[in-house]
Design a protein around this ligand. Sequence first.
Ligand code: ADP
Ligand code: 5GP
Length: 207
Amino acid sequence: MIQKGVLLVVSGFSGAGKGTVVKKIMSDYDNYSLSISMTTRSPREGEVDGREYFFVTKEKFEEAIDNDELLEHACYVSNYYGTPRKYVEQQLESGKDVILEIETNGALQIKKKFPEAILIFVTPPSAEVLHGRLAGRGTETAEVIAERMKKANEEALLMQKYDYILVNDELNKCVENLNTIISVAHQNPKNNEAFIETIKKELEVYK
Ligand code: ADP
Ligand code: 5GP
């Protein structure tokens, strides 16, 4: 029997280490599939269409919304971002655990549609460490770093709505903790409906 996969949503402050954690869990374990989002923003240097994102025009994005091709979508810094439905549904059906790395609005839309989804908020151990990571990454100007630190205040207001707060201090430990959370989620009755139906039927013989 194939058990349906777990839908895992990862959000967190910019610079918290979401990308790093997701990349490592994808390479350390083989039961995860990473959803590739659609966006209207332009590719950054080194980004490839269909690998980091599906880069589309605003018209194409709006067509996808109209055709109900997205599981959720949100506007972030003047651009649209959304999760293509088909891939996620196929992977979950085939038993893969699917990771969505998305911002907080989209995460809360997913929780409404899929109450069994697991929402994880990745945070560094302190604001000072967050600032240090953003600066250390070297991809943003001091002005953009200040904006992101300010935005983190808004994002922190939504932390309570998540199922788990994942502190990304020591990377290996953080990835191990994330994998443990998912392992436990597999034991949830909501993720075992097919099994429950099967064993109920088997038990009927003994009624
Ligand atoms: P996000 O995707 O959340 O914006 P990144 O994955 O780009 O964050 O990480 C931000 C910076 O912090 C990167 O330079 C990354 O190498 C570093 N980093 C991530 N996780 C850790 C960690 N556990 N310890 C130290 N540095 C980390
Ligand atoms: P970036 O432009 O830096 O790649 O991403 C900006 C923000 O958009 C990040 O917080 C990222 O997690 C989020 N994001 C990426 N894809 C999606 C998506 O499909 N839906 C939503 N709601 N947010 C997304």
